[in-house]
Design a protein around this ligand. Structure first.
Ligand code: GRG
Length: 317
């Protein structure tokens, strides 16, 4: 991850958990040599070496913010990364955004063919639910809703529709697309982590008192993250992004900078990040009330939730 000195605690968290996340991904996925090897090769190609691993880190952070040991959420963290990676593989297909560069390498379909990339995406999506089950039934339901027609896939549908419909470009429409195609999975990462923190407790799932403020925080984070993504498409290089810049412009995508310009968009992202940061005490007060024993772990979680909101906007990749 590209970071700045101002986001030290989150960088330290990423460093602490990077290897366990990679190990959890390898444990969740069938081995490359397992038949059908061509499919497993394509799945591994899409997943390793990977990108920023933001969503699995958010799962671990959601677990800590709900008073749990992040170790408990590692399999669910791997699940979120599998599901996210499926969306990237499918998003890059010729019938979607038709991209040839992802995570600094040729896209999955360029190397493994369209049919295999489609199937690798399907299998990554499916195995994600096996991993999410580790965080309990509520986590599985949360992930299914975030990923499906009322979440990410629905957002992708509207994103494609807006591409061919430049007469109906409004800020409300772009925000709806962002909330669904990107924000839903970012929020779900935090909530799945929160549910993991409650596995083995009498209720077996995080209470609404924690989920409601954490969802609000996640929604703001997701919005900030996607506006920053739109801006990076204009300002980043292929080396920084690991994908082709100016792809949104080439496709005529409905984005914040296309609507209101680059600087106002960056300011909107910063404002959303500030709003997310302002939610942090409410999230942690809810956890402290539900789990009085969580104690000092929550102080660290506060710093991390603050940092990741800044990171979402200040990142260069
Ligand atoms: C169901 C056929 C079919 C296709 C689905 C759902 C979908 C295609 C695409 C999802 C939409 C999508 C790709 C949104 C973009 C979200 C986003 C900002 C991705 C980039 O995330 P990063 O920057 O990437 O975290 P890395 O590579 O770092 O993990």
């Amino acid at each position: 991850m590209t970071t700045s000195a101002a986001i030290g605690p989150f960088l330290a968290f990423v460093r602490r958990w990077a290897e366990p996340v990679e190990a959890a991904l390898h444990a969740l996925l069938p081995a490359v040599a397992e038949p059908p090897a061509s499919l497993h090769q394509a799945m591994h190609y899409a997943l390793f070496p990977g990108g920023k691993r933001l969503r699995p880190m958010l799962v671990l952070l959601g677990c800590q913010a709900a008073g749990g040991d992040p170790q408990r959420a590692l399999r669910a963290a791997a699940a979120l990364e599998c599901l996210h990676t499926y969306s990237l593989v499918h998003d890059d297909l010729p019938c979607m955004d038709d991209d040839d560069l992802r995570r600094g390498r040729p896209t999955c379909h360029k190397v493994h063919g369209e049919a295999m990339a489609l199937l690798a995406g399907d299998a990554l999506l499916t195995v994600a639910f096996e991993g999410a089950a580790d965080a309990g039934a509520a986590a599985v339901v949360e992930l299914a809703r975030a990923a499906g027609s009322l979440g990410m896939v629905g957002g992708q549908v509207e994103d494609l529709a807006a591409e061919g419909d430049p007469t109906h470009h409004t800020l409300a429409r772009v925000q709806w697309i962002h909330d669904h195609k990107t924000g839903a999975l970012i929020t779900a990462s935090l909530l799945v982590g929160a549910h993991a923190a409650f596995v083995g407790t009498p209720g077996g799932a995080a209470p609404a008192s924690i989920l409601v403020p954490l969802r609000r925080y996640g929604d703001l984070l997701g919005r900030a993250f996607q506006i920053a993504d739109d801006c990076l498409d204009l300002t980043g290089t292929a080396a920084e992004l690991g994908k082709n810049p100016l792809a949104d412009v080439a496709l005529g995508k409905l984005t914040w900078p296309a609507m209101i310009g680059l600087e106002p968009s960056l300011q909107a992202a910063r404002d959303l990040a500030a709003e997310a940061r302002a939610m942090v005490p409410t999230v942690l007060a809810a956890t402290a009330a539900a789990r009085p024993s969580a104690g000092s772990m929550l102080d660290a979680a506060a710093g991390l939730l603050q940092d990741v909101a800044s990171y979402a906007v200040e990142r260069r990749s």
